[in-house]
Design a protein around this ligand. Structure first.
Ligand SMILES: Nc1nc2c(c(=O)[nH]1)N[C@H]1C(S)=C(S)[C@@H](COP(=O)(O)OP(=O)(O)OC[C@H]3O[C@@H](n4cnc5c(=O)[nH]c(N)nc54)[C@H](O)[C@@H]3O)O[C@H]1N2
Ligand SMILES: Nc1nc2c(c(=O)[nH]1)N[C@H]1C(S)=C(S)[C@@H](COP(=O)(O)OP(=O)(O)OC[C@H]3O[C@@H](n4cnc5c(=O)[nH]c(N)nc54)[C@H](O)[C@@H]3O)O[C@H]1N2
Ligand code: SF4
Ligand SMILES: [Mo]
Length: 719
């Protein structure tokens, strides 16, 4: 596909895909002799050289889409309907000169009436490190509010909490992707790499060619599991039971790495006690996974000379997601498969900057460099870098979903959303519709009028990934530079400029003086110095020369840290922690009234809330609507006829979906992708139970009932 951009090209013609955490390099190349451009894979970026998936190849489409917001838009108050939904025709075009003073005035007025914490900020994991850093600073220094969080709470928060507890440090992968080829046994749990990080597949296939055994653990037979040697099809929610079975075998058969466990970990006795009763026979009784499968996987992984465990949202997006993740980490630690070639654990990061996005202070409890906002030394350091009294820094706020609840309860009156579409991506999203309709001020910065922007009083035009310079951090922990390739069209503005200009209007401009993104990075380097995610040795110059640097990188001569934990873990005593996990029930167990399990996730051709990919012709054609996956056993049980749809009803709502019958799915489970809005949005059904530690919602598990409906009578109503 070739497309003429709305604005001229800059001197750089390289960039990185805006979608997943692989951050494949791309080249904007002329298509034919004319001014039209097309995207081609980068021949030099080392992570996925010469590779782009269908989303990357089509990433120019939404950038030049006719629905791009080109000027600041103000809601005409009279057009707000009773249910809080607004019509597009109600927008009035304005300019930045009018928008920013007006928004600042509203923010000040709301804070005067209700206090500083009545205003909140909701960020995103596709924003650059510079923007994430600035957004955190903006909330604490310009708005002086404790309420900031971001969409990564729905993404990596369980994995982050688990890694912090087990290793003392959260970097998604403990090793670079290049180590995958050296692994002899690879466990892929709740991660559908073939659809979600497609350009990573060649690493896995190369390992396989080198003799590795691949095991997938997923309730569905996915595109990824088609490449596996063993597929463990488990019912959602049973990972910890299965992993306890694996740990049981490894301990009973003395297959664990005694030296590694003795010298590098603590907590073995607790772990051994917790798994004592999880014999393979018991695991078979509880999960249906054959005794022989548990034994084979346990022995295979433990005896392999090298091995890697990768997890993703399948087991992390649960109300016990942190515990599930810690148990998979137990496997890597018990067998000594961390910190040496061909070994490692990785939570496969999701969003473009899902990694950097959780390091620089847009999280409720966090200051830059992965510092805790409650740590007096961290407050002192950041106060110094920002030139403010540490006592002025607010305390910690609450998680993304809890901020939305505080809006519903009336405590938060205003919100600024930058780079997220929470109406589509939040659990129990009817609550979010209701809450946003109550706001006195909602400002959305986006490329499009998203489902969330329909509730906005102001919609501000952001710049796309091709139109703003910055750095991002990929799933490996590799920090890299993304140049600006196109001029922003119309009045679209890079997020960092908008934040600085709004700070100016709020009377705090002195703290936000940056002529370039690089100057923000320079300040960020100082802010992260000495922190866990230490970027202080990284410079734009290095990034341009070195194709990325792995953090931690504490000084300019430091080579960066591709392999973590070779000698010690990040806890003060240098040891990793083993945990004894006692599996718990899902928040909403199935019962006679709601006898099946709904799980949700992704398809290869759409990205997250679909704001970008539903505006991409080639991708929308592949998946125009969500299609529910159902086992033939269940199809028969509900009397599904040819051409029928299904109605899925949870305790929160009832929706109708098209359906695909497949042997691949666990029989009591139905899977629905979440990339659509309105009546097609599966998040109207999901439950808002949160993990007690990470506050991750249980997206992967709720109880539903299912009926067959004739397409002509489907009604698509919500109850
Ligand atoms: N095409 C595409 N790619 C993407 C994205 C996208 O939206 N579209 N999003 C990006 C982002 S932000 C993220 S976070 C990643 C997500 O990447 P993944 O986590 O790989 O994607 P999901 O489809 O959410 O879930 C993965 C698998 O978990 C399985 N699962 C469900 N319940 C359970 C369970 O209880 N246990 C186990 N073991 N598995 C279970 C599902 O069947 C599914 O196949 O993808 C990134 N890449
Ligand atoms: N049921 C269910 N729900 C889920 C999940 C699931 O598996 N199941 N997964 C969860 C996960 S892992 C995630 S990450 C979330 C993500 O959920 P969201 O954050 O809602 O997803 P996006 O579609 O990435 O939203 C990003 C928005 O920012 C805009 N945008 C893109 N680039 C920029 C930019 O540079 N600047 C600005 N200002 N705007 C930009 C896009 O147009 C888009 O509207 O969804 C979560 N929700
Ligand atoms: S694998 Fe991820 S980063 Fe690479 S092209 Fe596809 S969506 Fe983009
Ligand atoms: Mo994500």
């Amino acid at each position: 596909m070739s497309i003429q951009p709305a604005a001229p090209m800059m001197e750089h013609n390289t960039s990185h895909c805006c979608f997943c955490s692989m951050q494949c390099g791309l080249v904007l190349a002329p298509a034919g002799g004319g001014p039209e451009l097309t995207i081609r894979p980068s021949p030099s970026f080392p992570v996925a050289t010469n590779r782009l998936c269908q989303k990357g190849l089509n990433a120019l489409d939404h950038v030049v889409h006719e629905e791009r917001i080109m000027t600041p838009l103000r809601r005409q108050e009279t057009a707000v309907t009773a249910d809080g939904d607004h019509a597009s025709s109600a927008w009035q075009r304005t300019g930045w000169d009018e928008a920013l003073p007006a928004i600042a005035g509203r923010l000040r007025d709301i804070q005067r009436r209700y206090g500083n914490d009545a205003v909140s900020v909701y960020g995103g994991g596709s924003l650059t490190n510079e923007v994430c850093y600035l957004l955190g600073k903006f909330a604490r220094v310009a708005l002086k509010t404790r309420y900031i969080d971001y969409n990564g709470r729905y993404c990596m928060s369980s994995a982050a909490a688990a890694a912090n507890q087990s290793f003392g440090l959260d970097r998604g992968m403990t090793m670079p992707l290049s180590e995958i080829r050296n692994a002899k046994y690879i466990l892929l749990a709740g991660t559908n790499i073939a659809e979600c990080q497609p350009t990573m597949m060649p690493y896995l296939l190369e390992a396989k060619k080198n003799g590795a055994i691949l095991v997938t653990i997923d309730p569905r037979n996915t595109l990824t599991s088609k490449s596996a040697d063993i597929h463990v099809r488990l019912q959602p929610g049973f990972d910890s039971v299965f992993v306890n079975g694996l740990l049981h075998v490894i301990i009973h058969e003395q297959l664990y790495d005694h030296t590694f466990v003795n010298e590098r970990t603590s907590g073995f006795a607790e772990l051994a006690a917790a798994v004592e009763s999880f014999t393979p026979a018991k695991v078979e009784e509880w999960t249906g996974i054959l005794e022989s499968v548990t034994r084979t996987v346990a022995r295979g992984f433990a005896k392999a000379e090298t091995g890697i465990v990768l997890t993703a949202r399948g087991l992390e997006q649960q109300s016990n997601g942190v515990e599930n993740t810690k148990n998979y980490i137990n496997l890597a630690l018990l067998t000594g498969k961390i910190g040496r070639p061909g070994c490692g654990y990785g939570a496969v990061t999701g969003q473009a900057n899902g990694q950097g996005g959780r390091e620089h202070g847009q999280k409720a409890d966090q200051l830059p460099g992965y510092r805790s906002i409650e740590d007096p030394a961290a407050r002192e350091h950041i106060g110094h870098v920002w030139g403010i009294d540490p006592a002025e820094l607010p305390g910690k706020g609450v998680s993304a979903y809890e901020m939305l609840q505080k809006i519903d309860e009336g405590e938060i009156k205003a919100m600024i959303v930058v780079g997220s579409n929470p109406v589509v991506s939040s659990p129990n999203s009817r609550m979010v519709d209701r809450a946003l309709g109550k706001l006195e001020l909602l400002v959305v910065v986006d490329l499009f009028e998203t489902e969330t922007a329909r509730y906005a009083h102001w919609l501000l035009p952001g710049a796309s990934f091709l139109e703003a310079e910055g750095t991002l951090t990929n799933l490996e922990g590799r920090v890299f530079h993304r140049p600006r390739a196109l001029e922003p069209p119309g009045e679209c503005k890079p997020d960092y400029r908008l934040i600085c200009e709004l700070a100016e209007q709020l009377g705090r401009g002195a703290y936000f003086q940056y002529a370039t993104a690089e100057l923000i990075f320079e300040e960020m380097r100082c802010a992260t110095a000495g922190g866990k995610a230490d970027y202080s040795g990284i410079t734009y110059r290095r990034l341009k020369e070195e194709q990325g640097v792995f953090w931690p990188c504490p000084d300019e001569r430091h080579p960066g840290s591709p392999m973590l934990f070779a000698d010690r873990f990040a806890h003060p005593d240098g040891r990793a922690r083993l945990f004894g996990i006692r599996p718990s029930m899902p928040a909403e167990p199935i019962d006679d009234e709601y006898p099946y399990i709904l799980t949700t996730g992704r398809v290869g051709s759409h990205y997250l809330s679909g704001a970008q990919t539903r505006r991409t012709t080639a991708l929308l054609k592949k998946a125009p609507v969500p299609v529910a996956e159902l086992h033939p056993w269940l199809a028969k049980r509900i009397g599904l006829g040819v051409g029928d749809h299904i109605r899925i009803t949870s305790r929160r709502a009832s929706l109708v979906f098209a359906v695909k019958v497949t042997e691949g799915i666990q029989p009591r489970t139905v899977f629905v992708p979440f990339h659509w809005g309105g009546e097609l949005s599966v998040n109207r059904l999901t439950i808002d139970a949160l993990d007690p530690v990470s506050r991750m919602p249980e997206f992967k598990l709720c109880a539903v009932r299912i009926e067959a409906v004739k397409p002509e009578t489907n009604g698509m109503q919500v109850t």
